[in-house]
Ligand binder design. Sequence first.
Ligand SMILES: O=P(O)(O)OC[C@H]1O[C@H](OP(=O)(O)OP(=O)(O)O)[C@H](O)[C@@H]1O
Ligand code: HPA
Length: 184
Amino acid sequence: MDAKDMGDALEKVLVTEEQIEARLKELAAEIDADYAGKDLLLVGVLKGAVMVMADLARGLSHAAEMDWMAVSSYGAGTTSSGVVRILKDLEADISGRNVLIVEDVIDSGLTLSWLVGNLRSRGPSSVEVCTMVRKPLAFDVDLDVKYIGFDLPNEFIVGYGLDYAEKYRNLPFIGTLAPQVYER
Ligand SMILES: O=P(O)(O)OC[C@H]1O[C@H](OP(=O)(O)OP(=O)(O)O)[C@H](O)[C@@H]1O
Ligand code: HPA
């Protein structure tokens, strides 16, 4: 799916496919350097992180492992409920491991702060966070995010894994939707 397939649903592109690709290369180089000689387990948060996980992992020289969690913090709408439930847990035992959580977006920060606390309680050597997008509300939460793709304003975004009502995850760029989409 691309902009031409969206009809009047696309409002604007905020981050292009080329910008995402270039930034992921930089982040992969940083991660390779930081974890050189160490074990690394990438933990993707389903479903939104699928795209960033796939592209980031392929950009690494490190023989990192991958595992997945699914948590639910959003209902059908566009605001976080703050209540987090584990829908799918990790298969890996992370005690003594270096864990890097891979996310598509940190918005209110509620999902990540809960997830970091949950994973820390399992005795890993380290827990860090990599996100494609961070939004300003996350500054209000005490969260240390080591790898950030883009800081974007407080607007609802779709594409590159991010959905509205489960759609638009398969856009190669990140953008906003025209207001009429929310009224349909
Ligand atoms: O910082 P927060 O306000 O907590 O929001 C961020 C979370 O919301 C999105 O997931 P969502 O629950 O929409 O699930 P999805 O990845 O399956 O779309 C996103 O992937 C993050 O996990
Ligand atoms: O802006 C967003 N878009 C899609 N999903 C999200 N989950 C939190 N914030 C967002």
